[in-house]
Design a binder for this molecule. Structure first.
Ligand code: ADP
Ligand code: MG
Length: 249
């Protein structure tokens, strides 16, 4: 599904990501962990196209991605939930998902592909799809509530719904559980597990190592922009370099 080879990106001469190679199988849930500043979010931006690599290759379903715009990558099925992503506070939940349709998600293209005449019918197709996405994350009861009135846990689910609206094949989640209470965290973990069971390929960055290791098939550990370990959660848990660089602090 995703094949990143020796990708590097620096800012002002300092590597944020250095010679990173990772390969994610169809249907896999890959956890990405590492200390602050390890390059995790930069790696996501290199996959989603919001940043260009200085070197290396990114392949998605066999095709080179480096020259494709973020918009094109979204249309091709790569969705990202950014770290600290904001909702549109004054819009309803369903409107928030629909607005996603006009940004860097594939939702708008779904409607466009139906080739419906007139804006009204196109909007209805987007609304239907947005509703389905809310259903997928269990938020239909909140559909017409102002997004601002949703608890933080539901706001995160709303962001996932926005990403799911375009029926992605690869979903990138950047610290989706940060700041959530234990019960909200559990609900989000259940949602991620359900998407995984449904066959969606995902990359999950999370500060909470326990959250990642119980969900992921494999875990990649970054430190100072480089991959320092990769393996099953069990292998990662007993890796000396990981314990020294990360788990130990
Ligand atoms: P992580 O998500 O693992 O915390 P980031 O990918 O956000 O790490 O950042 C990795 C490094 O790259 C950090 O040192 C950060 O300061 C730097 N960095 C990230 N984005 C930029 C940017 N747009 N401009 C300058 N430096 C950046
Ligand atoms: Mg980050």
């Amino acid at each position: 599904m995703l094949d990143v080879r020796q990708v590097s990106r620096s800012f002002g001469g300092v590597f944020a990501v250095r010679d990173v190679t990772l390969s994610v199988a169809d249907g896999e849930l890959r956890g990405i962990i590492g200390p602050n500043g390890a390059g995790k979010s930069t790696l996501f931006n290199l996959v989603s196209g919001h940043l260009q690599p200085d070197g290396g290759t990114v392949r998605y379903r066999g095709a080179r991605l480096e020259r494709r715009s973020p918009h094109r990558r979204a249309r091709d099925g790569i969705a990202i939930v950014f770290q600290g992503a904001r909702i549109f506070r004054r819009m309803t939940a369903v409107e928030n998902v629909m607005v996603g349709a006009h940004g860097h998600t594939r939702c708008g293209f779904v409607a466009g592909a139906l080739r419906l005449p007139g804006q009204h019918r196109e909007e209805r197709a987007i609304r239907d799809r947005a509703w389905e996405a809310l259903e997928q994350v269990g938020l239909t009861a909140w559909a017409h509530r102002e997004a601002e009135s949703l608890p933080l846990g539901q706001q995160r689910q709303l962001q996932v719904a926005r990403a799911l609206c375009g029926e992605p094949r690869l979903l990138l989640l950047d610290e989706p559980a940060s700041g959530l209470r234990a019960a909200e965290r559990e609900a989000l973990a259940a949602l991620v597990a359900e998407l995984h069971a449904g066959g969606l390929t995902m990359l999950l960055i999370e500060h909470d190592v326990g959250f990642v290791t119980r969900l992921a098939d494999r875990v990649t550990v970054l430190d100072l922009g480089e991959v320092i370990a990769e393996g099953t959660p069990e292998e990662i848990g007993r890796d000396e370099r990981v314990i020294t660089a990360y788990l130990g602090d």
